[in-house]
Design a protein around this ligand. Sequence first.
Ligand code: GAL
Length: 483
Amino acid sequence: MFPSGFAWGAATAAYQIEGGWDSDDKGPSIWDTFCHREGEEGRVFAAQNGDVSCNSYELWRKDLQCVQELGLTHYRMSLSWARLLPDGTTGTVNPKGVRYYNTVINDLVACNVSPMVTLYHFDLPQALQDRGGWKSPDMATLFDSYARFCFEEFGDRVKLWITINEPYVCAKLGHEDGSHAPGVKQPGVAAYLVGHNMLRAHARAWHSYDSLFRSKQNGAVSLALNSDWVEPLDPASAGDISAAERFLAFTLGWFAWPVFATGDYPPAMRSAVDAQSARLGYGGVDSRLPGFSEDEPALLGTADFFALNYYTSRKVRSRGGGAGGDGVSMKSDLDAEGVLDPSWPLCGVSWLAVVPRGLRNLLGYIKETFNNPAVYVTENGFSQVGAVEIDDVQRCRFYHDTIMEVAEAIEDGVRVRGYFAWSLLDNFEWADGFSVRFGLFHVDFSEDGRPRTMYRSGREYAKIIAKHRPGPNADKGKAEKLL
Ligand code: GAL
C-alpha cells in the first residue's frame, strides 16, 4: 500500500520541546515574551511557559532514543531562529545554537533517520517583533537571509525543508484573535497583512534555495498548511455550499492558491473581503487583503511538495450576511460558521473531533485542485486531556484508522509520500500549556529529568512502521526520489 521510501515520521517544534529559553546566548522569541508577560492572566493555561518544557536542549539524546524506539524513518523538527540568530539577523550568529542543531542533525543522519526541518514554527525572534514583526514588509528579506543561512549550514544533510509552519495559525491566532504570540488583536486587518508577508517570505526563501542551493544539495522545500476538511451542513442548501467553499478558501486556499494554483488569492476569498470592505465603508476595495506585486518574486510554483497538517473536520453553514454585525473582522468577511457533527467523537480539546475519513477527503481535494502534487502529511494527532492514560487505546484506534485512510488515499491515486504523527513527545501545547498531551511518549514534567515513557499508541505506531518500512539497505529515502 505504501510506496517504497515512504516517510514514517513524528514531529515536534523548537519552542514546544526545547526549553533552554535563555541558555547559551539564545535570544528571546515572541513566545518567551508572550508567556512571561505579567498581569495578563489567561493567555496561557495556568500561566505556564516553555522555559524548560521537555528540556530537549539538554536531553536531545533521550529524544533520539524515542525516535529509534519508534523506528521512524524521518523526524520533523524546527529550528529556533533566536537560538541561531539572537537578534534575528545574520549579523549575530550564535555558534552554540549552530552546534546544537548540528548535533541533532548529525545524530539523526548517523541513525539513518532523515530530518525534515521547519525554519519557522511560531517563534519569531523578539528583536524582529520589535521592528514590526510579520506585519512589516521587511520580514520577507529578513526571513530570506535566515533561510539562506540555514540552507548553507545544514543543507548538506537536510533534504526536506519547511519554510513556515501554518501561516494561517500565525496570522489568525497571533494577529486577529491574539490568543497566540505576539498577542495582537487587530481584527480584519493584521492577519491578512501577516499572511501576505509570510507568503512573500516563503517565496523568497524558495527562490533562494532554487537558484543557490538546489543543484548541490538536491533537497525539496515547501510550507506546511493546516486545514480542516469541510462539507456543507445542508448539502441541499446553496448558501451552505458556497459557505463551505469560502471556509476552505479562507483556510487552505488562502495560502495554497497563491503557491499551487494561480499565484493569487482564491477568488472566493478576494471577493468576500472586498465586498465586505465596501459594505463596511472600509477605506476602499483591496485595502485589507493586499495584492501581489509583479516586481516581487513570483509565488506560483514555489513548493516542491504539498505539506499538510490535518487534525479535524467541520460542517459549515452560511451566516447569511448575519456576521456583518461583527464589524471589520475575518469572521464577518468569511460569513460562514463551522460546526461539529454530533456523531464525531471529541478527543480532549473542544476543537478536535476525530474524523480520520476527513483526511482522505482532503487529500483527494488537494489532488484534484492542485494538480496532483506529491504530499507529505506533516502533522496529524490525537490529544489527551486530564488523567494520563499510558494505555491510550483511543489514540491507538485513531492512528490505526487514520493511517488506513492514508492508504486509501494512495489507492485513490493521491501521491502521499509520508506521514508525520504529532507529536513525538507530550509538550507545551501553546495556549493550552501542558494541559493537553499529544505525544507518542508521555513526558513527566514534574521531574527534573523529564522522563519519557512510551504510550501504548507509540508501540502500535512502531508496529505499523515495522510492517511497512523498507529494510536497512533499501532506499534511504532520498528526497528527490520521493517527489
Ligand atoms: C498545530 C501546530 C503544532 C501543534 C498542533 C496541535 O497547529 O503546528 O505546533 O501544537 O497544532 O495542536
